[in-house]
Write a protein of this length. Structure first.
Length: 64
């Protein structure tokens, strides 16, 4: 019986090959589509985190 980690790795490899197709690698467009379809909430959270970081960084930069 596979461990949780083995199952996760198998899922990651299957997903990679699903989006990479026969060429065996992901283009930027392939990666974008993969992220949009497989991690829809992650992209939104990443965008929010980047914006929050930018806002804090700009405030700190303005104080110097």
């Amino acid at each position: 019986m596979p461990s949780q980690m083995e199952h996760a790795m198998e899922t990651m490899m299957f997903t990679f090959h699903k989006f990479a197709g026969d060429k065996g690698y992901l283009t930027k467009e392939d990666l974008r589509v993969l992220m949009e379809k497989e991690f829809p909430g992650f992209l939104e959270g990443l965008t929010i985190a980047c914006n929050d970081y930018f806002v804090v960084h700009m405030k700190q930069k303005g104080k110097k």
